[in-house]
Design a protein around this ligand. Structure first.
Ligand code: UDX
Ligand code: UDX
Ligand code: ADP
Length: 469
C-alpha cells in the first residue's frame, strides 16, 4: 500500500530542483523538504539572509521566504538528506556529452549515475527515487539496475519518472498551475503504490484529473517529445519568417492567421532570432541520438532539421545585420540588448545572443552589451567559449558590458534586440536616437518594438519576418 510521504530530499539545487521543491514545501506544510547540492556556493546563496538566491525567477523569493527554516531546508549534506528521506528527487544536470560515444548528441548521465550510486551506498531504509532531470528514454531502467545491484538487505527502491515541464521565467506560475503532472512507474503493485504516494503529494494543489500516470518509458519519452514539438513549432515559424522577409508577407499576420485554427492554436508561434535555453536543443539531440541507436535514420534526420533550422535562423539574422550596414561592420559599434535566452531569467544557456555576438566579433565589430539580469562573469565565460580562437583579452577589448540600455546605445551605429525584456519596450527612443550615429538602425529579433513609431523618429528598423526597408 502507498507510503505517506513525510520527508523529501531533492538532489540538485538548480533551475529545476530549487523552484520545484520550494513549491512542494509551500504547498505541503506537513512535509519536510530538504534540497541538497555538492556546490557549496549555490547552497549558501539559497540560504542567503537577504534572499539573494542563486537563480532569478519571478515569485521565487516569496515562496522561499514563506517556508525556509520551517519545512524547507538547503544543505550540502547529501548523505544525511538521503538517509532521512522517504522520497528522493534526482534533479542533477544532464548536459550534452562533450566527448566519447555520442559526443554532441547523447546526454551525459554521469551526474545522474553518481547521484544514484550515492543513494544506493548510503540508504538504510526504503526509498522512492524520482527521476526529475530530463533524461533519455530508459534511464530509469539503468537507475533501477544500479540501485538493485547495490541495495542493502531489507532496503527496497521504487523508481518513478516525473519530468518537469516548467519554463524558466514563469517557473513559479507553471508550478502553481501546471497543465499537467506526469508520473511514470512500473506497472507492478509496488510501482503503482509508489506512483500513488507521489500523486498524493501533488494532489495538495493539483486536481487529480491533471495528474497523469503512465508507464516509465512513456513518461520519459513524453518529456523529450513535448520539448521537441515545442521547438519544432518555433523552427516552423522561423522558417516561414525567412519566406516573409523575401516576399513582403508579415510573420505576425501569418502566425495570427494560422494560430486561429483551433487544431494549431495561438501559443508558441512567435518568430524570433532563434530558440535557446538548456532544454530544446539538448532534448532534440537526445531524440536524434535515440532514433539513430534504434536504427531509424529517417526519424533522426527529421528531428535534426529542427536544430539546423534554428542555427540557420541565428546566422541569417547576423548576416542581415551586416548586409544592412552596407556589408561591413568592421570597427562599427553595435549595441546588443539582451543576453539571456529569454526574458525574465538570468540564464544564458544556448542563448541566441551568444551566437550573434560571436558572429559580430568575427566581423571585427565593437559590441556594447546590456542585459538587466545576466552577471558579468557569465557573459565573459559564454563569449570565450563561443570564440575559442580569440583570447579573453581580445574579447574584452571588443565587447563593452554596460549598465543600462541608454549607456549601451550611445554612439552606436545599430541596436540589435536579442532578448524580449519588457524594459526594452519602454526605452526612451528619442533620446537614444539623438545619441546614435546616423543612419541609426534597429534590428528587432524579437518583434518587440513599434516599428512605425521608431521609423517616425528617424530609425531604420529591420524586423524578423518582415521585408526590409
Ligand atoms: C522549455 C519548455 O517550455 C518547458 O516546458 C520545459 O520544461 C523546458 O524547456 P524554457 O527553455 O525554460 O522551457 O523556455 P521557453 O519559454 O520554452 O523558451 C525556449 C526558447 O524558445 C526561448 O529562447 C524563447 O525565447 C524561444 N521562443 C519561445 C520563441 O522564440 N518563440 C516562441 O513563440 C516561444
Ligand atoms: C485539410 C485541412 O484540414 C483543411 O483545413 C484544408 O482546407 C484542406 O486540407 P483534409 O485534407 O480534407 O483537410 O482532411 P484532414 O482532416 O486535415 O486530414 C488530412 C489527412 O491527415 C488525412 O489523411 C487524415 O487521416 C490525416 N490525419 C489527420 C492524421 O493522420 N492524423 C491526425 O491527427 C489528423
Ligand atoms: P537544471 O537546469 O537541470 O536544474 P542545474 O545545472 O541548474 O540543472 O542544476 C543541477 C545541480 O545539480 C547543480 O547545482 C549541481 O551542483 C548539482 N549536482 C550534480 N550532481 C550532484 C550530486 N551527485 N549530488 C548533489 N548535487 C549534484
Amino acid at each position: 500500500s502507498p507510503v505517506k510521504v513525510q520527508k523529501i530530499v531533492c538532489i540538485g539545487a538548480g533551475y529545476v530542483g530549487g523552484p520545484t521543491c520550494a513549491v512542494i514545501a509551500q504547498k505541503c506544510p506537513e512535509i519536510i523538504v530538504t534540497i541538497v547540492d555538492l556546490n557549496e556556493a549555490r547552497i549558501n546563496a539559497w540560504n542567503d539572509e537577504q534572499y539573494r538566491l542563486p537563480i532569478y525567477e519571478p515569485g521565487l523569493v516569496e515562496v522561499v521566504r514563506s517556508c525556509r527554516g520551517k519545512n524547507l531546508f538547503f544543505s550540502t549534506d547529501v548523505d544525511k538528506g538521503i538517509q532521512e528521506a522517504d522520497l528522493i528527487f534526482v534533479s542533477v544536470n544532464t548536459p550534452t556529452k562533450k566527448s566519447g560515444v555520442g559526443a554532441g548528441f547523447a546526454a551525459d548521465l554521469n551526474y545522474v549515475e553518481l547521484a544514484t550510486r550515492r543513494i544506493a551506498a548510503v540508504a538504510t531504509s526504503n526509498k522512492i527515487v524520482v527521476e526529475k532531470s530530463t533524461v533519455p528514454c530508459r534511464t530509469a531502467e539503468s537507475m533501477r539496475t544500479i540501485l538493485e545491484a547495490n541495495a542493502k538487505p531489507n532496503c527496497r527502491f521504487d523508481i518513478l519518472s516525473n519530468p518537469e515541464f516548467l519554463a524558466e521565467g514563469t517557473a513559479i506560475k507553471d508550478l502553481h498551475n501546471p497543465d499537467r503532472v506526469l508520473i511514470g512507474s512500473l506497472q507492478t503493485p509496488e510501482g503503482l503504490a509508489a506512483c500513488q504516494s507521489l500523486s498524493d503529494v501533488y494532489a495538495h494543489w493539483v486536481s487529480r484529473d491533471q495528474i497523469l500516470t503512465v508507464g516509465l518509458w512513456s513518461s520519459e519519452l513524453s518529456k523529450l517529445a513535448a520539448n521537441a514539438m515545442l521547438a519544432q513549432r518555433i523552427s516552423s515559424i522561423n522558417a516561414l519568417s525567412a519566406i516573409c522577409e523575401a516576399t513582403g508577407a508579415n510573420i505576425d499576420e501569418v502566425a495570427n492567421a494560422v494560430g486561429y485554427d483551433s487544431r494549431i492554436g495561438p501559443k508558441f508561434l512567435k518568430a524570433s532570432v532563434g530558440f535557446g535555453g538548456s532544454c530544446f536543443q539538448k532534448d532534440i539531440l537526445n531524440l536524434v541520438y535515440l532514433s539513430e541507436s534504434l536504427h531509424l535514420p529517417e526519424v533522426a534526420a527529421y528531428w535534426r532539421q529542427v536544430v539546423e533550422m534554428n542555427e540557420h535562423q541565428k546566422s541569417r539574422f547576423a548576416k542581415r545585420v551586416v548586409d544592412s550596414l552596407f556589408n561591413t561592420i568592421t570597427n562599427k559599434r553595435i549595441t546588443v540588448l539582451g543576453f539571456a535566452f529569454k526574458a525574465d531569467t538570468g540564464d544564458t544557456r544556448e542563448s541566441a545572443a551568444i551566437s550573434l555576438i560571436r558572429d559580430f566579433l568575427k566581423e571585427k565589430a565593437n559590441v556594447n552589451l546590456y542585459d538587466p539580469q545576466v552577471e558579468e562573469h557569465q557573459i565573459w565565460q559564454d563569449l570565450a567559449e563561443a570564440s575559442p580562437n580569440l583570447s579573453l583579452e581580445t574579447i574584452k577589448k571588443q565587447v563593452n558590458i554596460c549598465s543600462s540600455s541608454l549607456e549601451a546605445c550611445k554612439d552606436a551605429e545599430a541596436i540589435v534586440i536579442a532578448t524580449e525584456w519588457k524594459e526594452f519596450k519602454e526605452i526612451d527612443w528619442e533620446t537614444v536616437y539623438q545619441g546614435m550615429n546616423k543612419p541609426a538602425f534597429v534590428f528587432d529579433g524579437r518583434l518587440l518594438v513599434d516599428e512605425d513609431k521608431l521609423t517616425k523618429i528617424g530609425f531604420k528598423v529591420v524586423t524578423i519576418g518582415r521585408g526590409s526597408l
